[in-house]
Write a new protein. Structure first.
Length: 152
């Protein structure tokens, strides 16, 4: 697999996600099987859709989308391993999540995921998001690697 940086096309080669549900814009660091660092350029990119109702006059990127973006970054670290090329990662659990700072339009999120365990088809990653060096969200993600269904 290609080393970082990865652009949107490279990301789409590894992940099955597509707009409007692909939240990472680029990968700036990657060690397949270990860790990845991605960037969401502007939390306000979803202002016409998600943020319009969350919340009017005070748009805040939902924590669920931050978690999803972090899972996508973790997916890059796991799916770039030779044995996982062409497979998909499915979220199986979330633990110890804390949200420290809201992500708002104009904020760039740095998204970091580190694989803690990976055995068989199951793994666990520690993930955190930051804005200008300040912690925004952190927690752990469990996942399963499965074969890509034929209909994909």
């Amino acid at each position: 697999m290609k080393d970082a940086p990865l652009d949107r096309k490279d990301i789409e080669h590894l992940l099955p996600h597509r707009d409007p549900f692909l939240f990472i814009d680029r990968i700036i660091e990657v060690e397949y099987g270990q860790r990845a660092v991605g960037i969401m350029e502007d939390a306000g990119a979803y202002e016409d859709t998600v943020l319009r109702g969350h919340f009017p006059r005070f748009p805040v990127l939902p924590g669920a989308i931050i978690v999803e973006a972090l899972a996508e970054v973790g997916g890059i670290a796991a799916l770039g391993m030779p044995e996982n090329i062409g497979k998909i990662a499915m979220l199986t659990g979330l633990d110890r999540w804390k949200f420290r700072r809201p992500a708002r339009p104009g904020h760039t999120l740095r998204l970091e995921a580190e694989l803690l365990r990976y055995r068989g088809n199951f793994g666990r990653a520690k993930a955190h998001a930051s804005i200008d060096g300040d912690l925004c969200a952190e927690g752990e993600i469990s996942f399963a690697i499965i074969d890509r269904p034929e209909e994909m």
